[in-house]
Design a binder for this molecule. Structure first.
Ligand code: SF4
Length: 357
């Protein structure tokens, strides 16, 4: 037996923050000779990480492992301030690919801590985003993963504020938010929750289609928080069978009936295509459009600065417009999926890669 029908969630897969990070690291590999270093996995997906490894990117979990003067990118999850400081004093070009929506939470935490708040931060212990965020004001923040954590944190001196990791499941967030409000009625919260648009949109789409599907396939890595949150959503609406797979090779061959398919924010669309080909549903694939995402995050400011300087030097020094398209507009004209494709090694408006380091 094969699947009868697939219902494909939209949006799914790469979000604007992941697009930005992958394209930024791609720019780095075109500008600098290898090795380019990256602090932590640029995003949590092995296809993406292996693609960059093949281009000579070296992933490290400690900036002390980066040779002095080597180019370094910091991952999309946001890095602790002491890591950023250490990176910037290492003598090489440093580009921080942190998602602006993570930076927003860092800023909220910094401001509340400065104002004397105790900040309850709902997040997952050890996740890179949570580690980076809490390091912004370690003395003022309490990690919240359960109602017991809220009871314990409430013993501290107020006033209190409530923030969260951007990629939680909506149920996890709302349960703990309601408990925190009941325990500390005057707790401060941002006007909009810290769950990002990509998280809520992917969960919203899956919530609709999972409830009437016979099984749900979520494509993404086990260490991807928003991927795991998608499996939580599918289970919360009673889906009888929920599978998280890294790729098609992990799919069982007994999926029948209606299969809902989605992908976490760091999973490439190529993995979705492979899963659909494998399922080959008898009645085809329907796409459920929950909403349209058109967010775009420009390259990190340090990278824009490097690109501008590179353009200026080459235009003046060589008297050529060879890199005239190598600017912010050029970044809009290609996607992370194109970056990851085997034929990607010719950037827009240029004849080939340029190495400066
Ligand atoms: S999931 Fe949200 S916070 Fe994370 S990179 Fe994407 S847009 Fe940014």
């Amino acid at each position: 037996m094969s699947a009868q029908r697939v219902v494909l969630a939209s949006p799914r897969g790469f979000c604007a923050g992941v697009e930005k990070a992958i394209k930024a690291l791609d720019w780095m590999t075109r500008i600098f000779d290898p090795p380019v270093f990256c602090y932590h996995e640029i995003v949590h997906n092995q296809v993406v990480v292996n693609h960059f490894r093949s281009l000579g990117v070296v992933f490290v979990d400690d900036v002390a492992d980066v040779p002095r003067g080597a180019p370094l990118m910091l991952s999309a999850h946001g890095s602790p301030p002491h890591v950023i400081d250490a990176a910037r004093s290492s003598g090489g070009a440093v580009v921080d690919a942190v998602c602006p929506l993570v930076t927003k939470v860092h800023h909220e935490l910094k401001v509340r801590a400065r104002k004397g708040y105790t900040v309850l931060y709902v997040g997952h212990e050890g996740h890179e985003e949570a580690v980076g965020t809490m390091a912004v004001a370690p003395d003022a923040v309490e990690l919240i993963q359960s109602t017991q954590d809220i009871d314990r944190a409430a013993q501290r001196t107020g006033p209190f504020a409530l923030l969260s990791q951007t990629t939680l499941s909506e149920d996890e967030w709302s349960d703990l938010r309601e408990y925190a409000l009941a325990t500390i009625p005057d707790i401060w919260m941002p006007n909009r929750s810290d769950l990002c648009f990509a998280t809520t949109n992917r969960q919203g789409a899956l919530r609709v289609i999972a409830s009437s599907a016979d099984s749900v396939v979520v494509i993404g890595s086990a260490n991807s928080s928003n991927t795991v949150a998608l499996t939580d959503v599918a289970r919360s609406v009673g889906s009888p069978r929920v599978l998280r797979v890294n790729g098609v090779e992990e799919l069982p061959d007994d999926l029948e009936g209606v299969v809902a398919v989605t992908a976490g924010a760091s999973a490439p669309e190529s993995l979705v295509s492979e899963v659909l080909d494998f399922l080959s549903p008898r009645e085809g694939v329907d796409t459920f459009e929950f909403t349209t995402e058109d967010e775009y995050f420009p390259p990190p400011p340090e990278l824009r600065e490097i690109l501008r300087a590179l353009c200026a030097v080459l235009d003046v020094g060589l008297g050529t417009a060879r890199l005239s398209g190598f600017d912010g507009q050029a970044d809009r004209e290609f996607t992370a999926a194109q970056v990851l494709s085997p034929s990607s090694r010719s950037f827009p408006g240029a004849e080939g890669p340029v190495a400066v380091g």
